[in-house]
Design a binder for this molecule. Structure first.
Ligand SMILES: NC(=O)c1ccc[n+]([C@@H]2O[C@H](COP(=O)([O-])OP(=O)(O)OC[C@H]3O[C@@H](n4cnc5c(N)ncnc54)[C@H](OP(=O)(O)O)[C@@H]3O)[C@@H](O)[C@H]2O)c1
Length: 292
């Protein structure tokens, strides 16, 4: 028989877990949240009779408790439940934050529970789902051994695949996800602004660059980094880089530092891929040296 579960925090992720765990044969024994309205909505969707705005009233009988409140409320929620002896002995308590380690759930151990985190690498933009958002995604898991094993099983049953990380590596793991997602947005904003400065309308920048972006991603998937790197730096074309710097400095000087910083970083990737002469590398480094 599949384990029973309770969810505290019936927002986007909590509701997704509730719906798709119930579909996978896990039994919902209770739902809780700050307001009864969102909790009741989720309870109706997954046909769960027990819901409350007092978390420890519905967590005591669960094999697994998910604390899916916003990150800032996870510790206080866990502490309050533990303070009311709301976790069963040997229960597994999990949160889904990418930024926080499982150790923030440490008070659950006073009840004999094991703690872990399982972070779905997915964007949950609303509490309505046309398809299973866990299908085919990666979920990163860390924590105590029973909690890790439970989270792995849950991930597999939800249709995802899991990767286990060290608890102390969680911050770096999260920094990586932020760079890959948020800084990609910043990087593309830089590209769009330069495209805009070249005279192409803002609304067309994405359309114009999309095949290049997609081609680059597919090259990275196929051959990896550094092999996927193309362009003036890896060709050792310092003259072109110099022209970019001059023109950006004249037209959009605010963007120059970022162009140089990324170029400076790119030199190391380029030299890992191919042999550029010492003189060209020096020339590139002198052109691209960030001002800070
Ligand atoms: N959204 C994503 O794309 C995403 C992706 C991966 C991981 N995560 C992680 O998943 C977790 C949940 O995020 P989310 O996006 O699902 O948040 P959310 O949609 O804002 O939902 C949070 C829920 O927690 C409830 N809540 C707030 N404070 C509470 C408290 N003190 N006690 C009990 N319940 C409380 C809210 O209740 P009310 O409805 O009454 O306000 C709401 O239902 C976070 O740790 C987040 O980092 C999110």
């Amino acid at each position: 028989m599949k384990p029973s579960f309770a969810i505290v925090g019936c927002g986007k992720v909590g509701t997704a877990l509730g719906i798709f765990l119930a579909k996978a044969g896990y039994k919902a024994v209770g739902l809780a949240g700050r307001s009864l309205a969102s909790t009741q909505r989720t309870a109706e969707i997954i046909d769960c009779d027990h819901y409350s705005d007092v978390p420890w009233e519905i967590t005591r009988n669960a094999d697994v408790v998910f604390i899916t409140t916003p990150d800032g409320a996870i510790v206080e929620t866990c502490d309050a439940i533990a303070g009311h002896k709301g976790f069963a002995d040997k229960a597994v308590v999990l949160h889904c934050s990418g930024a926080l380690p499982s150790t923030v759930l440490s008070t659950a151990k006073t009840c004999g529970a094991q703690t872990g985190s399982m972070h779905p690498l997915q964007t949950f933009a609303s509490s309505k789902f046309n398809a299973n958002p866990f299908q085919g995604i990666t979920v990163s898991i860390e924590g105590e051994s029973d909690a890790v094993n439970m989270a792995k099983q849950i991930t597999a049953d939800l249709g995802g695949s899991s990767v286990t990380i060290l608890t102390e590596a969680k911050t770096l793991y999260h920094a990586s996800a932020v760079v890959a997602s948020n800084y990609l947005v910043a990087l593309l904003d830089l590209a769009f602004r330069l495209m805009g400065a070249s005279g192409i309308a803002d609304r067309d920048a994405f359309k114009v660059l999309k095949p290049l972006i997609e081609g680059t991603l597919s090259n990275i998937e196929e051959v990896g980094i550094p092999a996927a790197l193309t362009g003036p730096i890896v060709r050792g074309d310092a003259e072109t880089v110099e022209k970019h710097i001059e023109k950006i400095g004249l037209t959009t000087p605010r963007l120059l530092d970022l162009y140089k910083t990324l170029g400076w970083y790119t030199i190391d990737i380029a030299t890992a891929k191919t042999t550029i002469s010492e003189t060209t590398v020096k020339q590139l480094r002198s052109l691209l040296k960030p001002s800070g």
